[in-house]
Design a protein around this ligand. Sequence first.
Ligand SMILES: C[S@@+](CC[C@H](N)C(=O)[O-])C[C@H]1O[C@@H](n2cnc3c(N)ncnc32)[C@H](O)[C@@H]1O
Ligand code: SF4
Ligand code: SF4
Length: 502
Amino acid sequence: MGGSMHLIGLRVVCLGAVLIVGRPKPCALQHTSEASRGSLISLKTAATLRDRLARRFVNLFSFAMNDDVVHTGCAPVADCLPAMAVGQQGLGAAMPDVMTPAETMIRIERLVAQGLVREAAEVAAAALWQHADQPDLLLAMAALNEHLGETELALGAYERACAVAADRVDAWRGWVDALTHAGRAADAGPGLARLMALQPPIWQQVTVEVTTYCNLKCRGCARTIDAARGQWTNRHMSVDSFRRIVEAIPPTAEIVTQGVGEPTLHPDLPGIIAVAAGSGKFGCICFTTNALVRDADYHQELFDRGLSHLLVSVDSLEPDLAQTVRGGTNASDLRERLAILLRRFPGRVIVEITLGGTNLHGLAQTLADLQATGAGRVNIHPFDDMGLPDDCLSRERRAAIAQVVPDLRRAFPGLHIEFHNADPSPAVCRHPLFEPAIRVDGSLTPCCRILDDGGFSFGNLLEQSFEEVWFGTATDRWRRAFEQRSPDLCAGCPMFLPRPGA
Ligand SMILES: C[S@@+](CC[C@H](N)C(=O)[O-])C[C@H]1O[C@@H](n2cnc3c(N)ncnc32)[C@H](O)[C@@H]1O
Ligand code: SF4
Ligand code: SF4
């Protein structure tokens, strides 16, 4: 005898080439209390135990046991089956395959369920002695040791799991998280890069706020409301910062180059559009504008640089009403500009109506004016509470409007009318996964509704790597919590119903 000794629970002892094992029989389950049943796994009859041991050992000595007495009597009536196996078959053979990795995982899970985490970690360690480099066992060993505060053991196991199972996201994620928890986030770069390669984010849309300047004071807009409170900062994103962001983010179906602010006030919006187009990362490049700042030639240049389509905000074309809801709007200038844009860029200009309590009564007239101006596609979406709750439409009102949309379509056959978010969806919002937004300062937020200056963000893409911000532990934790309940910042979202927690 000699060499290392290994203990799995109290059931298996292997000393070099000698194995002493004691197995309960399958019938033991019938006579065991509910509480102890979890600890009875890998049950063997005399025949199956002999078969298992014979695969690895030359000499087998099997016994039977009743109460405290070991004997060589009748196995079928024994309580337990001890055995001794001597003389391992083959040079360098590993420990006998007494418990398979799958059996070991079951045992680990049962021990954890009973709160026996340290014992579970010992079982994992012992099993790895038999099944070195088995990824499930390595990950169990890592997670259990992390739980026990054995950071170095956990990191070692994660690292090994990443090496032997390089395609397993859970291995890389575990390693990155463990490094971060250990205060070693700086070492996580290769892990994050690998995660990114394994799990490329598939975004459907990204909003990039290129400016927070504006020429209007629309009464319900977050900018107008915050500016009145002295809480607004006017700022442009430089073309260079925009380029860095575009280089960092993944290919995305659509990029919207505007947040809260008027994008055409940016000193080099053509340059911004050219960077987006030149990257080849976006299927569609667009933005929403009040259309009052620049002439048609300017918009021609944007289309020449790669703009896909343009959305023009028109809440009313009636002078007083337009001025009330979108302060600073000259309705006749807007009508004229819109008509030119529609004529010059057919099929590429969409009208956006934000419908609230103030302009609801003028909707039919607005649609009539738009049809006369040559508009085609018209998207209507409900006014959202950004500090002016009184103008929001109740759900009943929205439902009633949705009911009359078919009538509106019949009344204005030249228009293609869509009413979005009439009823907030009860589904879990997927924006934080697929449609995030980037503020003018470079911070990445869950969606284009969450653009408040200095508010919540996952991190800053101009100061941190994309991998760190998007795959970081905090972001991951936020997203997992988001799956369970709505955070406070989603309260009042017109697109999704809040789940418990908002
Ligand atoms: C914030 S603006 C930025 C782009 C540009 N300045 C414009 O007005 O088109 C984008 C869109 O948000 C809409 N909007 C402003 N305040 C809103 C509110 N309280 N609820 C819903 N949409 C709003 C605007 O009408 C516009 O269509
Ligand atoms: S034009 Fe756009 S950004 Fe400016 S105040 Fe109106 S809605 Fe807000
Ligand atoms: S629920 Fe609304 S506010 Fe919250 S992340 Fe989704 S879109 Fe944004």
